[in-house]
Design a protein around this ligand. Sequence first.
Ligand code: URA
Length: 262
Amino acid sequence: MSSLQAATALLEQSLRTRRTLLGRTRTGVTRESLARLSQTPAAQTSEISNPKSEMPRSARLVALNEAVRACRQCENLAASRTQTVFGTGNPQADLMFVGEAPGADEDKQGEPFVGRAGELLTRIIGAMGLSRGDVYIANVLKCRPDMEPGAPGNRPPAILEMQRCLPYLREQIAIIQPRVLVALGKTAMTGLTGADQSMSTLRGRWLTFENIPLLPTYHPSYLLRNGSNVEKRKVWEDMMLVMEKLGMPISEKQRGFFLSAS
Ligand code: URA
């Protein structure tokens, strides 16, 4: 295939994805239709995840990112965002982390988990013997939730915002086909699966999402607020479950992380 043919195929794929995910019109979207959409398996919502597609995962992600960048389903978020924040990492990753939404730092830089919580997530990934380039990191919501002008901090995404955005994440997962998913925090879990239980109930137990093992754990921001070794150990035990599931070796040193109470 010539580079011109490849570029044309990519553009056509991007347009098909945009039509499929956004619909032909941008009005008339009801809560019910979005709920239905969010329950539709990715493989039915888009041709981009067609297993027969010969396009490499990276090209399919580029096409999907184009659709995300053009999305204006949440007018308020489209108007307030600096840019959409699609995801980062290895398109062939075995392990994919899912957070809730970009904050101010991510909105500025266009990459998920680059603020303080992101630095901690990067350290957790490092403790597993991996780097950010080995895994894939994305959020349920691809835009920063808008704030009153001058208001400090970030707000959690609304359910409707996550329902509108979820088909993009489903599609990312369908393209990447990770062997394990980790949901970071209750909001991400609710956005991904609709689960409403507390994270203390959910964490550390395997669930599935589209037949992929899914492990909920605390969001790194929680550990920044409550940095006791007891809470850090819980997240670390969850990460060891992930490593076991992926068949990764765990050293004695790793097994001992955060065992002291302070
Ligand atoms: N928190 C999230 O859930 N996602 C980010 O990208 C950053 C912080």
